[in-house]
Ligand binder design. Structure first.
Ligand code: HEM
Length: 350
């Protein structure tokens, strides 16, 4: 038996729930004495156009222990990551067993799929448990970097890992290992979050709805990057006088993605709506940030998410029908937590 997706509910952490209930139609509101919230699509657009994100606002390439990550270093890391993702996607499609606790199961699968049998010092850097404390991450990085002995020539390593091992000394190796974590982990965390949302919101999917539309709709209702922060800056007061010189600005795709002014049936999972909409241009739809500096990882995220959805569809995977609610915690990454995914017995099978 499969429970109808409509009966599955998302239970937001209280702070998120209040945001959705109290401010969904506000467009502009005061969130804290020194922070304003913005969900009006034109105002979000104007703020994001006003100036580029600064080094501290960039989550992936913000400084590592005070050392700036240069543009060239960032580009080279993304190229290495892209090479690893493309190589993984070229391999023939497999049919892994993805039943169990999501998002942990797809996270671990993606780590193996993209980075292969990487040596332990790298594997540990993509472990979900490192999220618990930054200190743990730092000690894993330092321990890995201290291992000077290079692996044997024939050890299978990702392009990303080879870049780390090419470092000349401990400090450089530690810096690069930290950056390995910064780019390798998001592939696993964000894609697993996105696909867990999609499956919770809509599986089983109709055969004639493409993965692309399922993904766009999951990104709309549960945007993994549900907010974009810009710290106080004179450009913003010029955009709108209600933003004072002391205000940080929190842009909220979580709200604009559910605005009744921008979407028909805003709370419903309707992937078919994307047949007539342009995800790159739709007003207020910003799952990957603003057009002027859009996410560098999105071209890697989308095919990986689609590959996972292929497995979900081929295997007929669905959330355990006995569960009707999934919690979404207040966290940097928006995702349903601890969703049990099962493969219902096909009628006739024993
Ligand atoms: C579902 C997956 C993802 C979503 C929803 C997402 C969303 C976003 C958003 C909203 C921004 C704009 C942030 C801002 O303007 O402040 C952004 C920027 C960025 N994203 Fe992603 N992202 C995803 C996955 C990834 C992955 C896997 C990578 C690879 C490492 C990545 C790398 C970046 C980079 C490099 C930037 C530019 C800013 C920076 O340096 O951090 N993203 N992303």
């Amino acid at each position: 038996m499969v429970i109808a997706p409509a009966r599955r509910e998302v239970v937001f952490a209280p702070r998120l729930d209040r945001l959705l209930h109290e401010h969904r139609t506000d467009g502009f509101f005061r969130l804290e004495p020194d922070t304003v919230g913005i969900a009006d699509p034109d105002l979000m657009d104007a703020v994001l156009r006003a100036r580029p994100a600064n080094a501290e606002e960039r989550p992936t390439f913000k400084p590592v222990l005070g050392r700036q990550v240069t543009r060239a270093e960032s580009a080279s890391l993304m190229q290495a990551l892209g090479a690893d993702v493309r190589a993984a996607l070229k391999r023939p499609a497999d049919r892994p067993d993805l039943t169990g606790a999501w998002p942990a199961v797809p996270h671990d699968y993606l780590r193996r799929f993209v980075f292969g049998p990487e040596t332990r010092r790298f594997r540990v850097l993509v472990d979900r448990r490192l999220e618990l404390t930054p200190k743990l991450t730092w000690s894993a990085v330092a321990a890995g970097a201290a291992l000077v002995r290079p692996p044997r020539e024939d050890t299978p390593l990702s392009v990303l890992a080879r870049q780390v091992l090419a470092a000349d000394d401990f400090a450089e190796r530690r810096f690069r290992m930290y950056l390995y974590r910064r780019v390798a982990a998001p592939i696993c965390f964000t894609v697993a979050a996105l696909v867990t949302s999609a499956v919770w919101l809509g599986a089983p999917f109709d055969d004639d709805v493409p993965n692309e539309h399922v993904i766009n709709e999951a990104l709309r209702l549960l945007p993994p990057s549900w907010n974009v922060l810009r710290v106080r800056s004179p450009e913003f007061t010029e955009v709108d006088a209600r933003i004072t010189a002391g205000d940080d600005v929190l842009l909220l795709p979580l709200l604009s993605h559910r605005s009744p002014e921008l979407w028909e049936a805003p709370d419903e999972f309707r992937p078919r709506r994307w047949a007539g909409l342009d995800a790159d241009r739709h007003r207020g739809y910003l799952p990957f940030g603003h057009v002027s500096e859009r996410c560098w990882g999105r071209h890697l995220v989308l095919p990986l998410a689609s590959r996972l959805l292929d497995v979900v569809r081929a295997e007929g995977l669905v959330p355990d029908p006995r569960r009707t609610t999934a919690r979404v915690e207040l966290d940097g990454l928006l995702e349903p937590s601890d969703v049990k995914i099962v493969r219902p017995r096909r009628s006739g099978s024993r």
